[in-house]
Ligand binder design. Sequence first.
Ligand code: AMP
Ligand code: ZN
Length: 468
Amino acid sequence: MTALRLYNTLTRTKEGFVPLDPTNVRMYVCGPTVYDFAHIGNARPAIVFDVLFRLLRHTYGENHVTYVRNITDVDDKINARAADEGITIRELTEKTYRIYNEDIAALGCLPPTKTPRATEHVQQMIAMIQTLIANGNAYEAQGHVLFDVSSKADYGKLARRSLDDMIAGARVDVAPYKKGAMDFVLWKPSDENTPGWESPWGRGRPGWHIECSAMAGEYLGETFDIHGGGIDLVFPHHENEIAQSEAAHHNHPLAKVWMHNGFLNVEGEKMSKSLGNFVTIHQLLDDWGGTGWSGEAIRFNMLRSHYRQPMDWTLDGLEESHQTLRHFFVGLEGVRETTVPNEVLEPLNDDLNIPKAIAALHQLKKENRNSELLASFRLLGFSGDSTRITRKISVTVGFNLEVGATVSFDSDNIPEAVRESIDKKVAARNEARKAKNFAESDRIRDELLAQGIVLKDGPNGTTWEIKR
Ligand code: AMP
Ligand code: ZN
C-alpha cells in the first residue's frame, strides 16, 4: 500500500503526508458564512474535505483525527440581512446554520469534531490582535486595527505574489487610515446599530481573517497538519491567516499542508451568490422543478470530478449520477461489508483521486466483489442502499375542470391516485385522437410532459412513464 500523498498549494507539489502526531491528526477547513441558504458550490469543500476526513479516520483511527470547521456568524452581509428581516443576527445565524447542517448531513457529510462560532471566540481574537500590536505587526488607526504587511518579509508566499506587484495592482482609493495599500483589517469600529464587542480600541467587531486564525489556534494549536478551503480563499484569506498566525506564534508555520478545491461552475462561470447563477442545496434536495434528488446522487455527482479541477454542474450529469448509483447499489441488499481493496485505496491515497477510485468501483461491480464494493462506498460516505436513491416527483392530480392538487412521492412508488389520474388523462387523449381533435390530444400530451410524464404510443395502446 502506498502511503497518503497530498497536493500542497504552499509548495505546488504532491508530498508524502506525515502527521505531526499520528494519534491526533489535525485539520481546519473554512466554514460557511451563515446568512442565507448554501449553494451547491459551497457544498464542494464540505464534501471533498469530508472524504479526506473519512480517509484519515480510516488510516489513523476514528478517534485520532480532529476536524475543525468554523461558522462565520459575524459579517456585514449577516448584519444587512438580519436588519432586512427585522431579526437579531443570532436568530438569523441560528436558523441558517440549522438548515446548513441538515443540508450537509443529507449529502452524507459527517459532523466535524468541532464547529466553533466566531461570535463565541471574540476574546481570543482580541488577545491575538494585542499580541500582533505588541510584536510590531499591527497598528491602531481611527478605531481600526490593521495588520502591517510590510512587517512580514514573506507575505505573499502562499499566493506567490510579491508585495510590490500587489501594491502596483491595488486600487487607488485606499482608506486614509492605512499605512500600506495591502494592510488589512483585524478590528473595525461598530456604530450603535451594528453588533459590536468592547475592546481596547473601543466597541467594534473583528475582521474575517482573524476569526479563522484565532479559532484554529484555540482548537488545533500553533501548527497543525492540514488547512483547507475553496481555491478562491488562497488570496487574500489564507495568505492573511498565515501572516497573522505566524506573526503571533513566533513564526511557527500555521499548517503544513494547504489544500484547495476547484470551483464549481455553471456554464464556465463560478457559481456564486453575487453572480446570481446559483442553485441551493436545499432546492436540489427538495423540489427543484418538481424533482427532489437524493443527497447521495448529489454527492456522487460532486465526486466524479477531481477535487482540484473546476467542474461544471449540470442536470444531465446529476441524472447520470443518479442512474449510476442505482445501478451500483442494486444487488448490495443483504451484503456484508469487508475491507476496502487496494485498487480503491491506492487512488484515494494519491491526492484523493476519487474519479480513479470510482473507475475501480466499476471493476469491482463487474467482478461481483460486492462486499468490497459496499466497504468502498461506505468509506466514501455512501449508504449502499438502493432504496435511498430515489427522486421525489410532484404531479398535479385531477383533470380539466376537476380541481388539481400537487402530490409529491418517490419515483419508484407511484401512489394509486396518481396512477388513476394519469390513466384518465391518457384515456381522454385517446378519445380526442379518435375524434381527430389533434389540438386537444396534443394539449393533453404536453400537459403531461410538463409534469415529467412521457407518453409512448405502441401497437398495444399508449403507455406512460415518469421521466426527469
Ligand atoms: P462562503 O460561505 O462564501 O465563505 O464559502 C464557503 C466555502 O465554499 C469556501 O471554502 C469557498 O471557497 C467555497 N466556495 C464558494 N463558492 C464555491 C464554488 N462555486 N465552487 C467551489 N467552492 C466554492
Ligand atoms: Zn478561514
